[in-house]
Design a protein around this ligand. Structure first.
Ligand code: BEZ
Length: 223
């Protein structure tokens, strides 16, 4: 029996990012072909020509170089036509000088929004909520944010968690509350008595107790 795609699917952290081809302000885009070996941050906004969305998408545009330096490509999305996107991009450039030149999906049929669970009917039946998907180079979803229509996202937090995800990929470590680049990282708890004794005896560790110990990142990478 043929299975039907659920109308409201919700990808989760650890899932393979559902692939799609969509029309964007830079032409057709297929996720699996887009920026191979790069991270992708895909974010939805409720509608073009709206105030909060304008602050958010100009914020992404201003940080585009920073994201490129962090091997990350941006994709925007809303349930608007490509003509609306183009008119908004041009209007924002005229009014603010900021050019939103990353691809913005024109998801008029809501295909991508439904695939990624960006439609939350209790919030809006027709507009995508403010979702952010962090997708790694293997196209695994690593972190998801959802914000309601009337609260803008936090660019510092978006950049912080991207650096955090990339850091945890390069070291055998975890990151504590409010961690930012350059701060100490948590070394994984011991898995057996021998590791526990080594941990207790290690003078390099900043220890609260044997199960919570921190190190500068360079030393954690050397572990
Ligand atoms: C805004 O971007 O300002 C907005 C969009 C949809 C609903 C409410 C606010």
């Amino acid at each position: 029996m043929e299975t039907q795609t659920p109308i409201l699917s919700m990808p989760r952290i650890g899932d393979q990012a559902p692939d799609f081809t969509a029309n964007t302000t830079l032409g057709p885009l297929t996720l699996s072909d887009y920026g191979k070996d790069s991270w992708v941050i895909m974010f939805s906004h409720p509608a073009d020509f709206t105030p909060v969305c304008t602050t958010e998408l100009t914020g992404f545009a201003k940080e585009k170089d920073w994201f490129e330096q962090h091997n990350t490509k941006l994709i925007g999305l809303s349930i608007d036509s490509v003509h609306s996107h183009l008119a908004w991009v041009n209007n924002v450039r005229e009014k603010t000088g900021v050019y939103m030149d990353f691809p913005i999906i024109a998801d008029l049929d809501m295909k991508v929004a439904q695939l990624y669970g960006m439609l939350h009917p209790g919030e809006s039946e027709t507009a995508a909520v403010r979702a952010v998907f962090f997708i790694d180079p293997q196209r695994t979803i690593r972190l998801i944010m959802y914000y309601p229509l009337n609260v803008g996202r936090n660019m510092q937090e978006i950049k912080r968690v991207l650096e955090a995800l990339q850091t945890t990929d390069s070291c055998n470590c975890a990151l504590p509350l409010n961690w930012t680049e350059g701060e100490k990282v948590i070394v994984p708890p011991p898995k057996n008595l021998q590791e526990m004794e080594e941990r207790i005896a290690d003078p390099q560790l900043e220890k609260v107790d044997f199960y919570l110990a921190m190190k500068p990142l360079e030393k954690a990478q050397a572990v």
